[in-house]
Design a protein around this ligand. Sequence first.
Ligand SMILES: Cc1cc2nc3c(=O)[nH]c(=O)nc-3n(C[C@H](O)[C@H](O)[C@H](O)COP(=O)(O)OP(=O)(O)OC[C@H]3O[C@@H](n4cnc5c(N)ncnc54)[C@H](O)[C@@H]3O)c2cc1C
Length: 389
Amino acid sequence: MTPAPGYDVVVAGGGPAGCAAALALVRAGRSVLLADAGTGPPKTGEALVSVGRLLLADLGVAGPVLGSGHLPCHGTLSAWGSAALHAVDSLHDPYGHGWHLDRPLFDRRLRAAARAAGADVAEHTGVRRPARQPDGTWRLTLGDRTGGGERTVRCRWVVDATGRRAALAVRSGARRCTGDRLTALHLLLDPAPQTPTDGRSLVESDEDGWWYSALLPSRHRLVAYFTDPDLLAAVRGPERFRDRLLATRHLSGRALPHGLGTLRPPRRAPAHSAHLDRVHGAGWTAAGDAAAAFDPLSSQGILTALYTGLSAGQAVDARLHGDRTALADYAAKVAAARGAYHHGHRAVHAQETRWADRPFWARRQRTTGPGCGACRGKQLSATPGAGGR
Ligand SMILES: Cc1cc2nc3c(=O)[nH]c(=O)nc-3n(C[C@H](O)[C@H](O)[C@H](O)COP(=O)(O)OP(=O)(O)OC[C@H]3O[C@@H](n4cnc5c(N)ncnc54)[C@H](O)[C@@H]3O)c2cc1C
């Protein structure tokens, strides 16, 4: 029987976290397979904050990944805590402007960069049935989702970058802790007859949640409403969604030029904060949303995925060189990122006092911090730091 091909590391998940981990590992001389299932909720209309360019530059891919195809984002307008609109302009940002991403293009370019750097990249391929062998290596099944069947590979280490489900880490015994139940309802409005000149994104709170809107590189407009599942009834379906949208003071003015006549049904996506009780174990390390997923209000998801992916790749390389503290140091970095996020999350929600007695806002005032029963005192004891929107 032909032995299964072997790698130092198999990275499961080809989003920003998996690509950053794969790039860090191949640049350190490791043999890497990056497998991406291409499953999960479709990602449209996400913004990358300006400092993301630095992480992409550290990975050596800023030019090709941020090339044409995305739109610059010159700032954010928000009506939060009062009905007045406040602007945060990228002119005052030391790192310049951010980007409204064509997210599928962004991810494809990251995977192409990993391939160009030397990783084997398997598209439409899910990593299944991880089995740890008596000698400490892994035997993994790769399933081709385009009908190409299954094959087996071996490796010394697995990076779980499978997104919010943390599929492999949970299978290896880690526990997923969720901080809230935030849910997004989102849809794309057709391009307006005249392209809007203001490309800034807009955030606007209401009594049961908050709205987000941005113009995409395709000139479609993304509108998304974030609330809790038990409050969704008031916005479910195109008509209720439109009525609620039209009741906004600022966002309605952005949406109307795109035509609100016949709306498609909004799509639903999980958007809650979540984390693992441990981000590494015997032969595995989790990165990106798999390790810690943040409320999209923070605009930190992709940045954190790149940061934890890069850090996880470096830590796994060090661990394979025999460094016994590298993964604990990595866990401390994830904990610090979570601590900063929770500090900012609390501070931002404390600014919205207009509907303090409504369930959505009352729940967010009660949130106590980054720890939870399952992980308090374990690997992820977080250090609060600076944060914010
Ligand atoms: C509604 C919404 C809006 C958001 N807006 C923003 C925003 O504006 N800015 C921002 O920075 N962040 C935003 N985020 C967060 C951002 O989408 C995530 O933080 C980011 O995508 C995480 O990257 P990742 O690589 O960890 O995971 P993902 O991007 O989820 O990638 C995981 C990949 O793993 C693959 N996969 C899953 N299982 C397997 C398997 N078994 N084997 C192989 N592959 C597998 C999936 O197909 C997927 O391609 C938003 C999130 C939501 C829900």
